[in-house]
Write a new protein. Sequence first.
Lengths: 255, 360
Amino acid sequence: MTLLLDVTDVSKRFGGVQALENVGLQVPHGSIVGLIGPNGAGKTTFFNVITGLYPADAGIFLFDGAAYSPESVANVTKAGLARTFQNIRLFGEMTVLENVMVGCHCRSNAGLLGAIFRFPSTKKEERAIREKSRLLLAYVGLSEYADMQARNLSYGHQRRLEIARALATEPKLLALDEPAAGMNATEKLELRELLLRIREDGTTILLIEHDVSLVMGICDSLTVLDYGKVIATGKPADVRTHPEVIRAYLGQGAV
Amino acid sequence: MLNRFTQINRATYLWLGVVALILLPWVVGASGGNYWVRVLDFALLYIVLALGLNVVVGFAGLLDLGYIAFYALGAYSYALLASPHLPQNFEAIATVFPAGMHFSPWFVAVFAIIVTAVFGIVLGLPTLQLRGDYLAIVTLGFGEIIRIFMNNLDRPLNLTNGPKGITAIDPIQLFGINFAKTLDLGFIKMPGLYLVFYLFALLAIAVAIVCLHLQDSRIGRAWVAIREDEIAAKAMGINTRNMKLMAFAIGASFAGVAGVLFSAFQGFVSPESFTLWESIVVLAMVVLGGIGHIPGVILGAILLAVFPEVLRGVAQPVQNFLFGHVLVDVEVIRQLIYGLALILVMLYRPGGIWQKRSAS
């Protein structure tokens, strides 16, 4: 399998704290890769670095076979790497449907004149955006809430909406930051099915998650971070028994 | 069936609205005199201003306290290009324009759109990283800088004539009709103030339509996304820098056009018309009416443009009646009521008087 995302030697320092030290991560096409580790290990920092939110101090970044420099969040999204946020960041005042429509922004072109004069091509594009957004809402199971204000959605639904919004940018790689956080058991099961379906439909997934059973159940490979360093990489079954991982993260009871 | 019914209803309302708009200056003129038609004319200009500021503050969420500077730029553009001021003060210009400078308002409006849009971007570029209070302070400074420039650019070269302002500005003249004179249509005589009303009403409607179209477009959604969460907006692939600059430029250009018409309508401009207080009044129209909600903003503009005039007509006689003399100056009462109204709206209806119906 060829690699969709190939990142090596990423370092990031915040003042006196070495948040990331020579971190590498490989995501093959069509896979689900998990990034796990204790709180404060640097998982979200790593996400923020590869998506352009924080500038990296060092690192080699390859996406889909080409080098990319994660300097602008918008350009990373345009290149095909979409993300969700650990602390949900929806557009609260907008409706659920509009949130997804915003996601279509980078795959549509209407400019200022088109917006003002509503050329036939603009209207056509607008219809296509609406149609695509409705389909995506149906895909994540939020059709009935389309006209609700996003801020009024339940927690689990907000997480799903973030996924739908990220999918609207037509990513090759979907990077999810703790999508199961705060979900109950049923919601987690539904999420698991959704993620498998997304992979089935051709989108590769990179996942930060604390829910061990979810991660172990769906990931093809795992990378474990601790204190900003990679302590293990491999198949879930191997990582599960890795002594370093047990010490730092899983604890003795997990074996 | 139901759909057809509502469609007819909508068309009926539209026609009723048009008829009411056509009759309005005649009714107001007959009952209150030209003074009140003039108030209406200004109310329409304020609608254009408030709608423009709403693009910046309401849609994109960028608090702008120097908005009136763009109005000033538009007003001075026309004042300089359609008055004897420049030829009188500069030999070279007088030789180029032996018949005096009389550019048409159409031309100057286009010119002002470009100038104010550029200035909008000039203001936007250094403030891209700023939000909320910080942005408000910088824009406030920008507004004051423009006003102070206009106040002092009478030497060494007399560009703006300083605090004395520029007089003898050409009146609005379109299609060979002079908007400062009464138009004789044969069967009816139409005062210039009424003509101005129709022109400004058309402009306000056009601007409102542009705003409605913008709101419901890819651009409008990007603005609201930036307002709601800038980082998430970036993560959607939105170029937040360009979108913010666009909001500044569009808001500014509306004010520029309004400024051109203002100076042509008044025939006189001076820096006094473009103080911080004016910026705050326009912002109050947006906030009080319904920030981000176009009908609300229009309502806010009408209320705050007409209210001081009503107050002027009421406060003095009432005080004379009650106390036998004027106890509190009308201007003080006006500011008092403005402040009170804003506090009450913020407390009880933070979305404005006519806010967006939030879907539940």
